[in-house]
Design a protein around this ligand. Structure first.
Ligand SMILES: [Fe+2]
Length: 344
């Protein structure tokens, strides 16, 4: 736990010492697909501060199916996951409910939450360019990845991975479907190896001389560069420099982001506590924890970035296109990936 969260926990514990019985019956159930190591300290701090006991259920796969199957008797109050596609699936699947909260609305920019309060972003991750440190690159547009000058020099994970389908959906939103298809064909022609593996493998393969550039998520940069001196991950991280790409036709100069987020479950037995948890998660100390522990970008303004992220990637200028606008094209994006045989 960070010093900040710990301080919060300790102060809250002292304040609550006389007040616990009044809260004894307060609880909520959280269904989350996120790593226990990341979520548990946040939940502990919330419980200490609020007196609300949290029953955390770590759901690896099939979150929507599970909540659907449980129906009206579902104990779930808060549904938490990563990727806008997964959140929209929950909303479209009818297992969320609208929430109105001034605290959530002031902390989370409008393009990072559902207009109807059906879902809220809690943290962001940018899809950035990893490049061989020795390349004289200082800026990059996502469209450049398809430029024939990078033939045989590009590494990337599977096109069907949600991180990439969200990016392709974003390209459809910016450039239209025909150009997005052309882009996919161009990137495939530039691949140094099959589109497979994970995001960190892009850095590994840059170090190994297999490729020069590739797209991957921002938080892995923190994980790798923050690894123990001499470890493989540290060597991969030290082999790359990172550039925040932009879209060619957007004057905004913003970078594509995806999110982690949460929603209040449709049949939440403890609705008020569910809202309380979401409000806690966008509070300053909780947002700082997301930044420090998982190297994510806070959604709340004014929260400091992790120092590795700050020095190796820097402040994020988010593509202003509403993330729901991008999510609309995710099925189309997935179909395009198949159509061009990107992962074959
Ligand atoms: Fe990841």
């Amino acid at each position: 736990m960070t010093a900040r969260l710990c301080a919060l926990t300790c102060i809250a514990a002292a304040c609550l010492a006389g007040a616990l019985p009044a809260h004894a019956a307060e609880e909520l159930t959280l269904y989350t697909t996120r790593e226990p190591g990341l979520i548990q300290p946040l939940i502990t701090a919330f419980s200490t501060q609020s007196g609300v006991k949290v029953n955390t259920v770590f759901v690896k796969d099939g979150l929507l199916e599970r909540v659907k199957a449980e129906g009206a008797r579902s104990p779930a109050d808060v549904l938490m996951t990563v990727d806008i596609g997964n959140l929209m699936d929950l909303v479209d699947g009818g297992v969320t409910q609208p929430v109105k909260s001034a605290a959530l609305e002031s902390a989370i920019p409008a393009n990072l939450r559902g207009a109807d309060g059906q879902w809220f972003s809690l943290s962001m991750r940018a899809r950035v360019l990893y490049a061989d440190k020795s390349l004289p690159l200082t800026s990059f547009r996502y469209e450049d990845l398809a430029n024939p000058k990078y033939k045989g020099k590009v590494c990337i994970r599977a096109g069907q991975h949600p991180y990439n389908t969200a990016l392709v959906a974003s390209l459809i939103a910016h450039d239209g479907e025909a150009k997005a298809e052309q882009w996919l064909r161009g990137v495939k022609a530039n691949l140094a190896r099959k589109a497979t593996g994970g995001d960190r493998d892009v850095a590994r393969d840059i170090l190994g001389g297999i490729c020069d550039i590739g797209l991957a998520n921002s938080y892995y940069v923190g994980q790798m560069k923050g690894s123990k001196e001499g470890s493989d991950a540290r060597k991969w991280g030290d082999a790359i420099k990172v550039i925040r790409p932009t879209f060619a036709n957007a004057k905004s100069g913003g970078t594509h982001v995806n999110i982690s987020g949460a929603a209040v479950a449709k049949n939440a037995p403890n609705r008020a506590n569910a809202v309380k948890l979401l409000e806690f998660l966008v509070s300053e100390p909780a947002q700082a924890f997301y930044a420090e522990t998982n190297y994510e970008y806070p959604v709340r303004k004014g929260v400091a970035l992790d120092s590795i992220i700050a020095s190796s990637i820097g402040e994020l200028k988010v593509d202003p296109l509403p993330i729901t606008e991008i999510a609309k094209y995710r099925k189309q994006a997935s179909a395009l990936v198949d159509k061009v045989g990107f992962d074959q």
